[in-house]
Design a protein around this ligand. Sequence first.
Ligand code: AMP
Length: 457
Amino acid sequence: MALQAPEGTRDLLPDESRFWSHFKQTAADVFGRYGYLPIETPMFEQTELFVRGIGEATDVVSKEMFQAISGENMKKLLAGESIKSKSRLSLRPEGTAGVVRAVVQHDLVPQGAPPVKLMYAGPMFRAERPQKGRYRQFNQIGVECLGAEDPTTDAEVIIMLMRFFTAIGIPETSMRLLVNSMGCDECRPIYRERVRTYMEEHASELCDECMRRAEINPLRAFDCKNPSCSAVMDAAPKITDYLCDECKEHYAAVKSLLDGAGIEYTQDTRLVRGLDYYTRTVFEVQVIDGLGSQNAIGGGGRYDKLAEEVGGRATSGLGFALGYERCLLALQAAGFELPSAGRCDLFIACVDDSMRAAAFGLLQMARDAGLVCEMDHQGRSLKSQFKLADKLGALRVAILGPDELAAGKLKIRDMATRREALVDLEAAKKLLAHFSGLPFGGKVPKIEDVFPMGDEE
Ligand code: AMP
């Protein structure tokens, strides 16, 4: 049997891959308006970064990380030898820890400096049980803002996320924004203990996994999908009743800024998010229909302790990540179809085989000038060359025939209007040569300038 892609992974075939590029471009445009600049961090990091940053007791770290071990180290481990801590590597399960590590390592927020605003896009890896909308390698686009504590940054980041979703075409009415505050070092531990006691009081109604969670990380029980656990946790004490005055004030300010910006949201006191590093504001965007249980298309929050966890000085921060695959599913649920076929400015057709060398030469000149061009490489008839040009969405077809060539002319057909014209071959070549002298990706000629339809029908 032919080999398949590994379970839980997807090939982004060209149409989808172009769409992923469109997502990244839209993110750069939208987030760029807010001052975000791109950063790329490695796809694997020391395992310790994720253990310290995300938290050992989280599902992501305790069971979903893919270890990245060199062959040599694998041999050592199999032989029962130990390997150095810095050789223990994991594929990144999310982007925040790596970005914060880079910010600390390169001191991107020196004392007194303005906040640093960074964005990234790329694959993340989690050994989750694959299902629709849940993959083992998936693509995220995320932003991180470090060095600002003010509620305006929380509101800004949430507004930006919603703007991105509408920019790519997810209808506003099909999304739900949930917000919550998770408190800080002062108030959360008190709340966590209160939830633990509550869970112990309801031990008989909770699953074993939740009771295990009660020991190490009781707030995780809010994510349990078991109906009995869910009912118990619905009636659990609410974080909002335990927030300290400063957290209360911060949360109220974020909500009031969102109100002022006309952003609709629902307060969800059960929203605790899966990673340990969040403090204060957390948020999640879900699509209302079509994605089943994997309905979260993006989410994030504030993480004022994370920089210290990874060895830096105290630096507030916040950010979000959105999932490309789920956004695509949401768009498809809203009736969206992937755009097919790339751009094709010109197709060069040959009347007979004797024209192939001339066609090939012209093709290269046009490509060097910046036009997207194609010719037939399979010896098709003229009729089927036109069919191919149509399929490629060619704007114009240049038809090379012996008689025209002898007269220094070239027949051009506009594929939209089906009109034909004769153009002067030397003039067209001169123009192409002019453009090919310019730097790659610089000014590109318009097809109608090089091969004008004119009136010479
Ligand atoms: P998280 O890093 O868990 O906060 O996830 C942020 C976003 O990434 C989610 O809202 C999803 O859209 C997406 N995401 C998370 N895990 C997966 C997965 N296993 N497969 C596909 N998308 C995911």
